[in-house]
Every structure is written in structure tokens, then in C-alpha cells.
Write a new protein. Sequence first.
Length: 186
Amino acid sequence: MQETKGKKSIDHAMRALYEQCREKGRGYAESDYLDIMRNLIGKKADRIYNKFIDRPIGYEEEVYKALESMGIKVRTIAIDSLNSHYGIRTDKSNQPKITGVDPVSDAYAKGVRVGMQIIGIDGYMVESDAEQLIRKDGAELILRNGKRLKTIAVDYSSDLLYRQHRLSFDPKKKSPFWKKWKAGIF
């Protein structure tokens, strides 16, 4: 968006990609996407592609910078300890079923997987909210995976694994991008 001074966005690239693939009667390859980006913004497409698209690491910091350039402040906050510091998402049942495990968490490294059910924490049976039993110095999870029980000791992470984002407008920055976004142009 910045490369075209707000005249083109990811929507333009995706529409062009859709039209091209519809004409050819097939899906798209990465080379198709890169060609369209090159047509929109020139040689800078390779740098953007290599920096943001063709890599296995997160791009949150770059998104935060882009939002900040538009006058939008991003603040990350913890959800709860089980989500944010152990990297384990669960449903809200009395013996919660695991619905997500952050791949960089200690829990994932030690074998906690989606579909397992948390039966106990630190020797106590989970009968309502598992969050009430979580400590900040590690936890011993008793998990059920089908008919098998498994005990896994997981470490607490001071980094926020799963987190929420709060966005707010910085009125001191008079960004033309913010005005377009507010007007629904993007």
C-alpha cells in the first residue's frame, strides 16, 4: 500500500490473481502471485515477497509498524494464564478439551495436542474452570487422549504465546491512510 502511495492494496493483487486464474481455469502458484505483485509495484515486489510472504516466521512486528504508520496503536494483552503463558487453548467445559496448542510452547514440545482433555492439574481434578488451578511456576497436566491418561509437566512462559490485541487511534497522527480506512475505502 505504501509503495503505491495508497492507490493499490492487497485487494488489487488478489482480484488480479483471481481473474488470471479464472481465465486459465486453474488454481494459482506462488509465481503467479509474485508476477502480479511485480506488475503492481515493480522490483520492490521481490523484497516484500521474501520479507513477508516466503518465510516461516511471524510477521506481527511488521504489521504493528504498518498500523502505527497509519496512526493506529496496538497493545497486546494476556488472555489468561493457560492461553497466554502455557500456549494451550481450551473450550469452556468442566473438563476442558484442548482446541489449540501454540507450536512454540513448551506444552507442544512435550506432546500436548488438540483433542486431548485436561482431567487434572497438579494433582487436582478439574471440575470447573481450569484457570483457577494454574500457577506461574509450571504445571503438571493430567490429560486424557481417548482412553489413555498421560501426565505432562509444562513450563510457564514469560512471553505471551496466545494474546489479544487492542487497537486505538492516535489522534495526533493525521494519516491519510487512517482517513481512507475510516471511510471504508480499503
